[in-house]
Design a protein around this ligand. Structure first.
Ligand code: 3PG
Length: 215
């Protein structure tokens, strides 16, 4: 593998402003298109204005388009991006950022030239080192709880102290604060704010409000 291109260093500050805007990023899977805007609005009203919509359902891209239009103050990211083709789709619907569960060379390369910032998912020091060579400094740590938890993130900090993370995977309301207290953690993500099938806007707003009190 030849690393012939590098991410511009300005990308780090762009990602920091997204990660630090709310510090808790709901990971949302939209099952029904008509739920997208009401769910997003409930989260924003509850104080969470950075949302990750997963590409796990057929209506995800259209949902993101609608949320972008209806919630102009929110930062809407596209998650579960597995390939450069999906990264391109995220660009086309106006995503503010892209999140990947893992990091392939193809995604790292695509992200270097994309106008849309990416938080690549890593769970090992080798994936982190590869991203580092491309100029990536901000990563999703996934799946956080089952990949060594806080101990793993702290261990990554010995060889690569400047890396910063958004841990996701198994994090809940009652564990998020411990993650946020780590020096290397900028924000946390998770689906606990909108559990699968949840459409009760009041409950979602209340969960978002509880999450904002963590930071
Ligand atoms: C993700 O893609 O980030 C995860 O599905 C979120 O993990 P969680 O469901 O364990 O919060």
């Amino acid at each position: 593998m030849t690393i012939d291109k590098q991410l511009p260093s300005t990308r780090t500050a762009e990602l920091d402003s997204i990660c630090l805007k709310a510090e808790v990023i709901p990971v949302i899977t939209i099952e029904r298109l008509e739920d997208a805007v009401p769910l997003g609005r409930a989260l924003v009203e509850g104080g969470l204005s950075v949302l990750e919509i997963t590409l796990r359902t057929d209506c995800a891209l259209e949902a993101i388009k609608r949320m972008k239009e209806a919630l102009p103050g929110a930062s809407i990211g596209v998650g579960t991006v597995l390939t450069p083709a999906q990264y391109r789709q995220a660009e086309q619907v106006g995503a503010d950022f892209v999140v990947t569960p893992g990091a392939t060379d193809a995604l790292y390369r695509y992200g270097v030239e994309s106008p849309v910032p990416m938080l690549p998912g890593v769970s090992t020091i080798s994936e982190l080192m590869t991203g580092w060579q491309y100029g990536y400094r901000r990563f999703k740590f996934f799946p956080a709880e089952s990949s060594g938890g806080a101990k793993a993130i702290k261990a990554f900090g010995a060889p690569i102290p400047e890396a910063r993370f958004c841990p996701t995977g198994g994090i809940k309301q009652d564990t998020a604060a411990d993650w946020l207290a780590l020096d290397q953690v900028l924000c946390v993500g998770g689906s606990w704010l909108v559990p699968q099938g949840e459409v009760d806007r009041e409950a979602i707003r209340a969960r978002a409000q509880s999450a904002t009190r963590l930071v």
